[in-house]
Design a protein around this ligand. Structure first.
Ligand code: SF4
Ligand code: SF4
Length: 104
């Protein structure tokens, strides 16, 4: 799922340089996230970096863009064809299309 910046944004400029995908830019009034580039930071970090730095907590998940983990990784590979993703164990399994482990 991509993230979205709400109108509570105070245009503090902190999140834009933190996005590893260049998905954040200034819109007409407040900063915006390009959902085609937002991977929830999957492939780069354990958690969304814009959410980590935002001082007013105005970056929720965007239900209009309900990507699966596999789709988020797909965006990563499209944006960074020459880069190896950082993958926690759960994402590595998704990337390999491995079946879910039973009995855990
Ligand atoms: Fe960029 Fe990550 Fe925020 Fe998405 S979650 S906009 S990829 S910093
Ligand atoms: Fe807006 Fe939060 Fe980004 Fe600051 S960090 S520009 S308040 S979305």
């Amino acid at each position: 799922m991509a993230l979205i910046i709400t109108d509570e944004c105070i245009n503090c400029d902190v999140c834009e340089p933190e996005c590893p995908n260049g998905a954040i830019s200034m819109g007409e009034e407040i900063y915006e996230i390009d959902p085609s580039k937002c991977t929830e930071c999957v492939g780069h970090f354990d958690e969304p970096q814009c959410v980590v730095v935002c001082p007013v907590e105005c970056i929720p998940l965007d239900p209009a863009h309900p990507d699966t983990r596999q789709q988020l990784l797909g965006k990563f590979f499209k944006l960074h064809p020459d880069k190896s993703p950082y993958l926690p164990d759960s994402d590595a399994a998704v990337a390999a299309k491995a079946p879910p482990v039973e009995g855990c």
